[in-house]
Design a protein. Structure first.
Length: 558
């Protein structure tokens, strides 16, 4: 079903209870090219176009839709970043707890509404976990005794006591997300906004966050979640779903109606919903193909990239690593090989050492013990620049990579430094931009794009370098379903690509696109083998903080 066929059910305001959040006919357009959709021309579509909905105390709203459709912009309108930080033309009415937000200062809004951003590095300012959690209370003049007690309570609630004195920069991405949530919790706002909270969390952390959200709802807090992982979000007993499409309100209503209308090729739905939409007349073979095999416009099925246990091209032998002499060991004797032609998923709990391990291959970190062989050569004898000519790495958060004034210059930087010139440079840059569908933003600043679009720009930057081995850290974060299927399929078809490795918490990504799964836990390889063979072990999944998905359950039962 196309997005244009969706209908909007309108607002749902009751007379008995005053809405905690109320939007009526909200429209917004950025100015001064601050965002990809920004324009000073009234003929260009609005970033948000006639958004109306309400949310009662204790209710949870899920906002879904493609990357760049206006989800994060809507959150900025709610928390006051628009118009206090981002300028533009905002019209319509926004009320929080019955009060119009016009004229309310950003400081006062922060007491009513708390926001957890997609990228915790843009939110965390404290040097240690305890300092970060206390930061907001310090700015409100809370007494030291009360700050200590509140901080302790939140640390216990989110199972973060062991990290109290840990440096925030030394935490994994998922751990930083929980710390950011803790910093919001101590402020006790009436409304909580979560922008893709599950993207970098293992199942243990997801459980903690789910319990927190359930507790907040019981206390009467309204919750708004922006999330591409719809299946994960629906486990929270969502009251309403708002579906955005190019800034327009494509649907607003209850979950059953949303699941019946949503396009399963664009939005990642639970398997039961997909089966219901496919209907009883579809053969089991066709069902399995639709669920496991991505459908890309213009082709009926993907071509499998086969491997016959090719040559070893990257080898880790007894790798140990600790960040400082006195810090605990992060990697504890990791050994495995990557062979030519393989596509591998690296899974494991937050803080298990996944990103630290991958950085060893790049030379960004050097093992304290053990050796790494890249195409038969000792990597410690190679410079980072030399390794970068063969191994491409996309960081977990795009802010760690972006620097150039335009997207095209960003994507051109790598190949230019590798000696690409003239038509060769132009061709490789254009191919990379098109592969991840950011060609329309080529002349814009990457810093004006949405998180998901920025992530695709960083992937394009690495694709343009034509590396032989690609290492992608959480490639699906910030991506709508159709987008990530399209660019991953493109990557897997690159003729000269020798191997591809994903760091991910997305089990479905491992099941659908990889031939091999590596499970890392506490700095050691816990399991290594074919995806379904490894992931059907329920005890192993629980031990490694991985939660079975509806797709995994379907594949195990079919």
């Amino acid at each position: 079903m196309s997005m244009s066929s969706y209908e909007t059910s309108g607002t749902d305001v009751t007379d008995e209870v005053k809405p905690t959040v109320l939007l009526e006919h909200v429209r917004f357009r950025y100015t001064a090219q601050e965002e990809p959709e920004a324009t000073t021309s009234p003929s260009t579509p609005l970033v948000l176009d006639d958004i109306s909905f309400s949310l009662l105390p204790g209710e949870l709203l899920l906002i879904a839709g493609p990357s760049g459709c206006g989800k994060s912009t809507l959150l900025k309108c709610l928390n006051g970043l628009i118009p206090h930080t981002y300028s533009g033309n905002l019209s319509g009415e926004i009320r929080l707890n019955g009060q119009a937000i016009n004229g309310i200062s950003l400081r006062d809004l922060a007491r009513q509404i708390g926001t957890m951003l997609q990228d915790p590095d843009k939110q965390i300012v404290g040097s240690t976990v305890e300092q970060e959690i206390a930061f907001g209370m310090e700015n409100l003049g809370v007494s030291r005794a009360q700050m200590r007690q509140t901080t302790q309570n939140v640390l216990q609630q989110l199972k973060l006591e062991a990290y109290r004195d840990r440096a925030t920069h030394a935490l994994s991405g998922g751990q930083r997300q929980l710390v950011a949530a803790a910093g919001l919790l101590v402020m006790e706002p009436a409304i909580f906004l979560f922008d893709e909270p599950f993207a970098s969390l293992d199942s243990f952390a997801v459980d903690e966050l789910e319990q927190l959200i359930h507790h907040l709802r019981q206390e009467g807090h309204a919750i708004i979640i922006v999330e591409h992982r719809v299946e994960e979000a629906l486990r929270l007993d969502v009251n309403k779903v708002l579906l955005l499409d190019h800034g327009r309100q494509a649907f607003f209503g209850a979950v059953p109606a949303f699941l019946a209308r949503a396009d399963p090729d664009q939005i990642k739905l639970p398997v039961a919903s997909k089966l219901q939409q496919l209907g009883a007349s579809v053969s089991p073979q066709e069902v399995r193909k639709r669920l496991v095999t991505p459908i890309i416009t213009g082709q009926s099925a993907r071509e499998e990239k086969t491997t016959d246990a090719g040559d070893t091209i990257l080898s880790f032998e007894n790798i140990h690593y600790r960040y400082t002499t006195f810090s605990p060991e992060i990697l504890r004797g990791v050994s495995f090989q990557i062979r030519r032609g393989e596509t591998i998923a690296l899974l494991g709990p937050n803080g298990s050492g996944k990103t630290t391990l991958v950085k060893q291959a790049l030379g960004l970190l050097r093992p304290t013990q053990g050796s790494i062989q890249l195409y038969g050569k000792e990597s410690k004898k190679m410079s980072v620049a030399r390794i970068a000519g063969q191994v491409g790495y996309v960081f977990q958060y795009p802010g760690a990579m972006l620097y150039a004034p335009t997207v095209r210059q960003e994507v051109s930087f790598g190949p230019e430094n590798l000696g690409f010139q003239g038509d060769q440079l132009t061709s490789t840059v254009e191919q990379a931009l098109t592969a991840v569908n950011v060609q329309d933003f080529a002349d814009q600043s990457p810093f004006t794009l949405s998180f998901g679009q920025q992530k695709r720009v960083t992937i394009a930057s690495i694709l343009a370098m034509r590396s032989k081995i690609l290492l992608l850290d959480e490639p699906t974060a910030g991506q709508d379903y159709r987008s990530y299927i399209a660019f991953i399929e493109h990557i897997r078809r690159i003729p000269d690509l020798d191997a591809l490795l994903f760091i991910t918490h997305d089990l479905d990504l491992a099941l659908r696109f990889t031939q091999r799964v590596l499970l890392l836990k506490d700095g050691r390889v816990e399991a290594d083998g074919p995806p379904l063979e490894i992931l059907r072990d329920q005890e192993l999944l629980q031990r490694c903080h991985l939660r079975p998905t509806s797709l995994l359950n379907y594949l195990m039962s079919s």
